[in-house]
Design a protein around this ligand. Structure first.
Ligand code: KIV
Ligand code: NA
Length: 269
């Protein structure tokens, strides 16, 4: 199986229609990528790894080094899906030049095919700058977690007319700037649909609408790794329970010396 390409992802939306929605999941490690790869069109090395892997309070402290290392692991573990890497907070907002330096570092270090960055109209110039210079960009509008200190939390966006207009305008600006796809996160459904219809690029929803051109979730969230997850997460598994039960069994066997057995020990010939 040859790896999918960014142009093929972009071409999945034709004349405003996407026949089969795009499937994206986050991946942070090689083994996780191996297991998810054949089921996904895109693997996102999300800066959500700040919370999910590193226990940080938000995505704000995530660094380029962290993103590059996890992205390299995901590229090594996959051969089918397009790997997209999140640009971390502080690595791109200042100028298109700074964004190019950071994005090229991420792609050189990891072998990923594209970057994702948060923001709409304010980032349009940067999106054009990067995509005209060989770096495909996925946009991200609506609830943008790197702006948590401006937004004041993680509540859904687009409830007021002004907010709704801004989200659709942001999506349009990214589309015109050449974003190959746009994530719409945490947006009231009619606005997610309006934004999807307003752009030529495929939209990928999370807490948005089934009418988006694709969907994404944080893999650990949908696997049931965490008790508390946002409303938009559907838990498709209960991996936390599996891990706890497995650890409990191991601990018990160690304590009663029933592990290791003959099968797991080396004996002299
Ligand atoms: O960081 C992330 O995982 C993301 C997705 C949830 C879209 O940006
Ligand atoms: Na992210």
């Amino acid at each position: 199986m040859k790896r999918l390409t960014v142009p093929r992802i972009r071409a999945r939306k034709k004349d405003g229609e996407t026949e089969t929605p795009l499937v994206m999941l986050t991946a942070y490690t090689a083994r996780q990528a191996q297991l998810l790869d054949s089921h996904c069109d895109l693997l996102l090395v999300g800066d959500s790894l700040g919370q999910v892997i590193y226990g940080l309070p938000s995505t704000i402290p995530v660094t380029l080094r962290m993103m590059a290392d996890h992205a390299a692991a995901v590229v090594r573990g996959s051969y089918h899906a397009v790997v997209v890497v999140d640009m971390p907070f502080g690595s791109y907002e200042e100028s298109p030049q700074k964004a190019f330096e950071s994005a090229s570092f991420l792609l050189k270090e990891s072998g990923a095919a594209a970057v994702k960055l948060e923001g709409g109209e304010a980032m349009a110039e940067t999106v054009a700058f990067l995509s005209q210079r060989g770096i495909p960009v996925m946009g991200h509008v609506g609830l943008t977690p790197q702006a948590v200190n401006v937004l004041g939390g993680y509540a859904a966006r687009g409830r007021s007319d002004a907010e709704a207009d801004k989200i659709v305008g942001d999506a349009k600006a990214l589309d015109e700037a050449g974003a190959f796809s746009i994530v719409i996160e945490g947006v009231v459904e009619p606005i997610a649909i309006a934004a999807t219809q307003a752009v030529a690029a495929p939209t990928i929803g999370i807490g948005a609408s089934a009418q988006c051109d694709g969907q994404v979730l944080v893999t650990e969230d949908m696997l049931g790794m965490f008790e508390r997850v946002p409303r938009f997460v559907k838990k498709y598994g209960n991996i936390a329970e599996t891990i706890e039960q497995t650890a409990q069994k191991y601990a018990q066997e160690v304590r009663e010396r029933s592990f290791p057995t003959e099968d797991q020990t080396y004996q002299p010939k």
